[in-house]
Ligand binder design. Structure first.
Ligand SMILES: [Zn+2]
Length: 328
């Protein structure tokens, strides 16, 4: 039998913590010693790295050889017009400006049609009733994601998964399930680099390569972008024309790795129109979701995707906007 030694390798500056993950037996014989590695990619893009330095998406499961479609990078001058200012919604964000309503094309172009999903699934969303957008970042990661999806299916809720593009090919089945069950895929960049450290061409490549990979794997193109770490500057805001969705409830689940703290962070504060930030990489976050989803439903909250919330609360998403929440 394969015996893996599990160890969390932490880059400098990252708080220590054990990753509660269980080894998955590989089909064939594999290396004897692997490690989880967190390469300082912010709150938790964990990777399974074997002793030969190969990065696997799941512990002990060799990635498919024909994994992802290699996509061309953004062309060098794909920058947004420098004068397209953004307006932040619902918060006193310091970089709020005028909405660039003129130059922004419809955000929904090739994206999932939120309303269609709702109708196809027999859901009726009542805009007059409270709604919450649960968002799960840094996946896909099937061992946790499928638990969340099972629970959402049980309660007929929907959520938004902000995926890291390089993880997508190795979790293709989960990605396809997310789409098939009416959830939304968001763009969390290709490799989870902090965009405020990059130039315009690099920023566009991170966004476009993620979108292209998602589209190749599951046929939809993310409608919105979530910035890794929420980090932004003027270059980022000029380069990312897509609607940016951040959050107003931060569970800090990646930090506490504690299901009850994560549950409390949501249930003690939740309000109509909240966008809640959780992460898909941790079993504790999955445990928390399995409590949060039933209880929010029990309290009368409709669990909607970001695009659904935007449609019912704002008449749709707009390019050049930052959304933190969508209060009635
Ligand atoms: Zn992230």
């Amino acid at each position: 039998m394969i015996r893996n030694r599990w160890k969390m390798v932490l880059a400098a500056g990252i708080a220590a913590g054990l990753l509660a993950a269980q080894p998955v037996s590989a089909a064939g014989s594999q290396v004897m010693r692997n490690e989880w590695q967190n390469e300082n990619l912010g709150p938790g893009v964990a990777r399974w790295v074997d002793e030969n330095g190969n990065v696997w998406d799941q512990p002990g499961v060799r990635p498919a050889e024909d994994g992802g479609e290699e996509t061309a990078g953004a062309d060098a001058d794909g920058a947004a017009p420098a004068d397209s200012a953004r307006s932040a919604q619902e918060t006193g964000s310091g970089d709020a400006g005028q909405a660039a309503g003129d130059g922004s094309q419809a955000a929904g172009d090739e994206s999932q049609a939120a309303g269609d999903d709702a109708q196809a699934a027999g859901r009726v969303i009542d805009p007059a009733k409270p709604m919450v957008a649960l968002t799960f970042d840094d996946g896909p990661y099937a061992p946790v994601g499928n638990r969340i999806l099972d629970c959402l299916a049980q309660y007929n809720g929907r959520a938004t998964f902000y995926v890291v593009g390089e993880r997508v090919p190795g979790n293709a089945a989960e990605m396809q399930r997310i789409v098939a069950e009416g959830h939304e895929i968001g763009n969390h960049t290709y490799s989870h680099k902090y965009l405020n450290k990059l130039n315009t061409a690099q920023i566009r490549q991170e966004i476009d390569q993620c979108a292209d990979t998602v589209q190749a794997v599951c046929g939809v193109r993310p409608a919105t972008v979530r910035l890794p770490g929420g980090n932004k500057n003027a270059t980022v805001l000029a380069a990312v024309q897509e609607p940016i969705v951040l959050w107003n409830v931060d569970t800090l689940d990646w930090k506490t790795r504690n299901a009850q703290k994560t549950v409390s962070a949501v249930l003690d504060h939740v309000q109509d129109g909240d966008i809640i930030l959780m992460h898909e990489l941790y079993q504790a976050s999955g445990d928390a979701a399995l409590q949060i989803i039933p209880e929010l439903t029990n309290r009368g909250y409709q669990l909607v995707t970001v695009s659904e919330m935007a449609q019912y609360r704002r008449g749709g998403l707009q390019n050049g906007q930052i959304y933190y929440s969508m209060k009635p």
